[in-house]
Write a protein that binds this ligand. Sequence first.
Ligand code: PGA
Length: 255
Amino acid sequence: MNKAKRPVVIAGNWKMNNTPAKTKALISELVPMVKDKNGCDIVLCVPFVDIDAAVKASEGSNIKIGAQNVHFAPSGAYTGEVSAEMLKECGVEYVIIGHSERRTYFGETDATVNLRLKAALSAGLKVILCVGEVKDERVNGITDEIVAMQTKLDLLGVSADDMKNVIIAYEPVWAIGTGLTATPEQADETCGVIRKTIAGLYGNDIAESTVIQYGGSMNAKNAAELLAKVNVDGGLIGGASLKAADFTVIVDAAQ
Ligand code: PGA
């Protein structure tokens, strides 16, 4: 494995937090704190209504803006949904797809994740695809099968060329928002399983250049150890992305 081939991507997932005014304040605080940190790509995935404020507050900085979901249709009768073209036009560059909270609370399946992913890629967005096992699956020793299956189903029909715009976030569901973190060894091992799955689908070169993040209670204290692992190319950070100081420590750990 040659980690040097891959950029490190530190992405904040704000979930349903921060109003536009708070978005402006938090990003304005963060911009000077991370301005010289060029050793990783920095992304903030914000609620739809905060996108405009986020794009304006991050203008001219090294922070890129992402959304947390996207619909698969280009337009039409889908009340409450937002299309990839709409996101693009608002200045969004990244979108999280298949987060476990969407799968658990909003009925997302691998089939809808796959549709959303393809719509986002066709519109020229970069995708952060989330996969991960629930606690019972880990306890029963089927983590590898679960993440491999999700990876395969979610990427069905995605071309090798499009893989340069796909980041995969390995997020063990039991570690999200719980304060429980996968050990660096567990994170490395399962990110490695995902990389092997990508190699099976697209070949070694693409597997070696695909960014695979870890997410699930990554914080200022544990980030350095997790990011030091050969298969862990960054983090998707929920709670700890809501405080400029904590997020900056994680960005520092990625330098
Ligand atoms: P957490 O969330 O860092 O708060 O565990 C991670 C995520 O859900 O992406």
